[in-house]
Design a protein around this ligand. Structure first.
Ligand code: ADP
Ligand code: ZN
Length: 614
C-alpha cells in the first residue's frame, strides 16, 4: 500500500515525504475504510484523496461545493499528468457527454462534481455503471462542514450525501474540513452516515500566521499603516480585507486604490460577471487585494495570500479562523490583522438580540460571540486562545501581538467605578459617547440640555482621553460588567458584577489601550518578529527569484492557468537559494517531480545559469 502511494507522492507530485497524518489517512482509504479528516487550511487535505484515487484502480469522485474552483484543481492535476475532469453546470452538453464517456471507459483518475449534480438520479445511475465497470476508488466529500446547520456555510444538498453509503456500501468515503469545533465534528459523522469512520484531527496551529488585534479608532489610517509598515509591509502583496457591509467594501476598496493599491470590492450584491472577474484577477494575478464581505470565502485556495485583515469583528471564532486561514497556505510568513472597537461589540450584540432566530439559536450565537470577544480582548497569547477553542493546548507562541508586545495590565477599579456611577446618575439611559463626554467634562449641547454638567461625576475623568475611556467601556462590556441594552439603542445597564464593583467588593483589571501613534515601535517589533520567521535574502537571490517568477508567468500564460499551478513561490525560492545546475539537482527541490522537471526544467535552469553569469 504505502509503496504505491509513496511512488505517486514522489513521481507525480514531486514531494519528498508525507505531511502529518497524510500517510495514515491514505492507507486507511486504500484499505477500503471511511475517514473524517480535520485539518487546517493549507494542511494538505487534497493529497489525502488525490493519491489513493491515482494509486488505486477506478476513479475518485470528489464532491465539492465550489464550482469556481474545480477548474483550477483540475488544471493543477493535469499539469502533473493526472487524468482529471469536472462535471458541473458550466459544461456544455457535448463537454459533459465527453466526460461521461471517459468515466465509463475508465479514462479518469479523478472527477470533481457539485453535490446537487452527484445526487441526481441520472448521475447516480452512471456511477453505478462505473462501479460495475472500471470501478470507483473512493468518494471524497470536501468542505464537509457544509452539513452543519449551525455553520454559515450550510448547504442543504450535503444532507443527501448520506445516501452514498447505501448505494455504494463497499466504496471508501473520506470527509474533509478545516472547521473543527465539536458540534460540527459530530454533525459530520451523523449526517453523512460516517459512524464507523476514524477521525483524523491534525493540529490546527498555523505557526506562520502572525495574529494581531488593534483598538479601532480610525480604521482607514490603521489599515494603511498596517499595509505600508515600511519594508516589511504589504505593498504589492496579495491579500484579503474583510468588512461587514457591502457599502464598506466598496468604500474601502476605493480609498485603497487612491493610496496606490490594486484593490477590488467583492460582495453578494455585485453581478455575477463582476464577481467572476474579481475572483479571476485575485487568483491569477499577483498583488491583488480583495475587499470583501464573507461572501468571498470558501475555497480561496491561492497559496500566497500574505495577509487577511478584518475591519469589523466577525461573529464567531470558527468564521474568523477560516477567514484568516486563507493567509499563508504556502507556509511562508503571513499576517492576520484585525481592528476592533466598542461599536463592533455593540453592533454584534444588537444583531443577536434583535434577530428573528429561535431562542436556542440566539443562545448559540451569543456563546460564539463571547468566544470571539475572548480572543479580541485576550491579554495573553492569542494563538493559545484560538487553539484552546478547538480543543488544543499550546504554549505561548512568540508570533502574535500579545506575545511580541505583552499588553500592560492595570488596576482599573477606580475608573470603572467612575463609569458605573456616571451610568447610575443618568438613569442607565445613555450610550458611550455621551458618558465619555460627561466623564471628561465636555460641555456639549446634549450635556447641557440634560443638565449633566451639574452631576458630581462631570469631569471626574478628565485625566484620560476619549479613546481610553471607550477602550475601558468596551472591556467592561466584554467582561460582562456592563450590559448594552439593544432595545434602548445601546444604553448601558449595570449587571450584578457591576454592583459588586461599585460596592468595592470586586476589583477590575484591564488592558491598557495602546497609544494612538505607536508607529515606530510597532515597526520595530514587527521587524524583530519577522526576521525569526523569514530568513534574509541577498539582493542577488531576490533578483533570481524575480527572474524565475517571470519564467513561470510565461508558462502560466501559455497554459492559461494561474501562476501557482505551475509551481509555488516556495519552490521558486528554493531554486533561487540552491541554484541547481542540472535536472538531477532540480529534482531534489521539494515540489518538482519528473513531470514538472521535464516540462519546465530547462527554462528554470537557464534562468539560474544566466544569473550566475551576471
Ligand atoms: P488544504 O486543502 O488542506 O487547504 P492543500 O491540499 O491545498 O491544503 O495543500 C496545501 C499546500 O501544501 C499545497 O501547496 C500542497 O501542494 C502542499 N503539500 C501538501 N502535502 C504536501 C507534502 N506532503 N509535501 C509538500 N507539500 C505538500
Ligand atoms: Zn502568542
Amino acid at each position: 500500500m504505502s509503496e504505491a502511494s509513496r511512488a505517486v507522492l514522489r513521481n507525480t507530485f514531486g514531494f519528498d515525504g508525507f505531511r502529518g497524518q497524510q500517510e495514515q489517512i491514505i492507507d486507511r482509504t486504500m484499505d477500503g475504510l471511511d475517514s473524517v479528516v480535520l485539518m487546517p487550511t493549507g494542511g494538505g487535505k487534497s493529497l489525502c484523496y488525490q493519491i489513493p484515487s491515482i494509486a488505486m484502480p477506478g476513479v475518485g469522485i470528489v464532491v465539492s461545493p465550489l464550482i469556481a474552483l474545480m477548474q483550477d484543481q483540475v488544471d493543477a492535476l493535469r499539469v502533473l499528468g493526472v487524468r482529471a475532469a469536472f462535471w458541473n453546470s458550466s459544461l456544455s452538453l457535448p463537454e459533459s457527454e465527453a466526460v461521461r464517456r471517459e468515466l465509463l471507459r475508465g479514462g479518469l483518475d479523478l472527477l470533481y462534481v457539485a453535490p446537487e449534480r452527484l445526487m441526481l438520479p441520472e448521475f447516480l445511475t452512471i456511477l453505478e455503471q462505473v462501479d460495475r465497470g472500471p470501478g470507483i476508488a473512493l468518494f471524497a466529500i470536501d468542505e464537509a462542514h457544509c452539513v452543519s446547520q449551525w455553520g454559515h456555510d450550510f448547504r442543504p444538498e450535503y444532507l443527501r450525501l448520506s445516501a452514498l453509503r447505501e448505494r455504494f456500501p463497499e466504496t471508501p468515503r473520506i470527509a474533509l474540513t478545516a472547521t473543527a469545533d465539536a458540534v460540527t465534528r459530530l454533525e459530520i459523522h451523523q449526517r453523512l452516515a460516517l459512524d464507523d469512520a476514524t477521525e483524523f484531527v491534525s493540529s490546527f496551529d498555523r505557526p506562520n500566521i502572525r495574529y494581531a488585534v488593534v483598538d479601532k479608532h480610525d480604521a482607514r489610517a490603521q489599515l494603511l499603516r498596517f499595509l505600508n509598515d515600511g519594508e516589511l509591509g504589504h505593498r504589492g502583496d496579495t491579500g484579503i480585507v474583510y468588512c461587514q457591509s457591502r457599502k464598506k467594501t466598496e468604500q474601502t476598496a476605493e480609498w485603497l486604490r487612491q493610496d496606490g493599491f490594486d484593490a477590488e470590492a467583492y460582495h453578494a450584491g455585485l453581478d455575477q460577471d463582476t464577481r467572476r472577474r474579481v475572483q479571476q484577477r485575485f487568483r491569477r494575478e499577483d498583488g491583488v487585494i480583495v475587499v470583501a464581505t464573507i461572501a468571498f470565502g470558501m475555497g480561496i485556495d491561492k497559496p500566497d495570500v500574505r495577509f487577511v485583515a478584518h475591519l469589523d469583528l466577525p461573529k464567531s471564532l470558527e468564521g474568523y479562523y477560516q477567514e484568516t486561514g486563507r493567509a499563508g497556505r504556502d507556509g511562508e510568513p503571513a499576517d492576520a490583522w484585525m481592528a476592533y472597537g466598542l461599536a463592533d461589540l455593540l453592533q454584534q450584540n444588537a444583531f443577536i438580540a434583535t434577530s428573528s432566530a429561535s431562542e436556542e439559536h440566539k443562545r448559540v450565537d451569543r456563546i460564539k460571540l463571547d468566544a470571539m470577544l475572548g480572543y479580541a480582548e485576550a491579554a495573553g497569547c492569542r494563538r493559545r486562545v484560538l487553539l484552546q477553542y478547538f480543543g488544543e493546548e499550546s504554549a505561548d507562541c512568540g508570533n502574535c501581538d500579545t506575545c511580541l508586545t505583552p499588553p500592560e495590565q492595570w488596576d482599573a477599579t477606580v475608573p470603572t467605578q467612575k463609569v458605573l456611577s456616571a451610568i447610575v446618575r443618568t438613569q442607565q439611559r445613555f450610550g458611550a459617547g455621551h458618558l465619555v463626554d460627561i466623564l471628561r467634562g465636555q460641555r456639549t449641547p446634549k450635556v447641557e440640555s440634560y443638565g449633566h454638567d451639574a452631576l458630581v461625576t462631570f469631569g471626574v475623568g478628565s485625566d484620560l482621553g476619549s479613546d481610553e475611556w471607550k477602550s475601558i467601556i468596551r472591556q467592561l462590556v466584554a467582561k460582562g460588567i456592563l450590559y448594552p441594552d439593544p432595545q434602548a439603542m445601546g444604553a448601558f445597564q449595570l449587571t450584578p458584577q457591576a454592583h459588586a464593583v461599585l460596592g468595592g467588593k470586586q476589583s477590575v483589571e484591564l488592558r491598557r489601550a495602546a497609544p494612538r501613534a505607536s508607529r515606530s515601535s510597532a515597526k520595530a517589533t514587527r521587524r524583530a518578529g519577522r526576521s525569526a520567521a523569514a530568513e534574509p535574502v541577498s539582493d542577488e537571490e531576490q533578483r533570481l527569484f524575480e527572474d524565475l517568477r517571470a519564467v513561470r508567468r510565461q508558462f502560466a500564460d501559455a497554459e492559461g492557468v494561474p501562476a501557482f499551478v505551475i509551481v509555488g513561490d516556495r519552490v521558486l525560492r528554493e531554486i533561487a537559494a540552491d541554484r541547481p545546475s542540472d535536472v538531477d539537482q532540480l529534482l531534489a527541490v521539494n515540489g518538482i517531480g519528473p513531470v514538472k522537471a521535464e516540462k519546465y526544467g530547462a527554462r528554470f535552469l537557464a534562468a539560474v545559469a544566466a544569473a550566475s553569469d551576471r
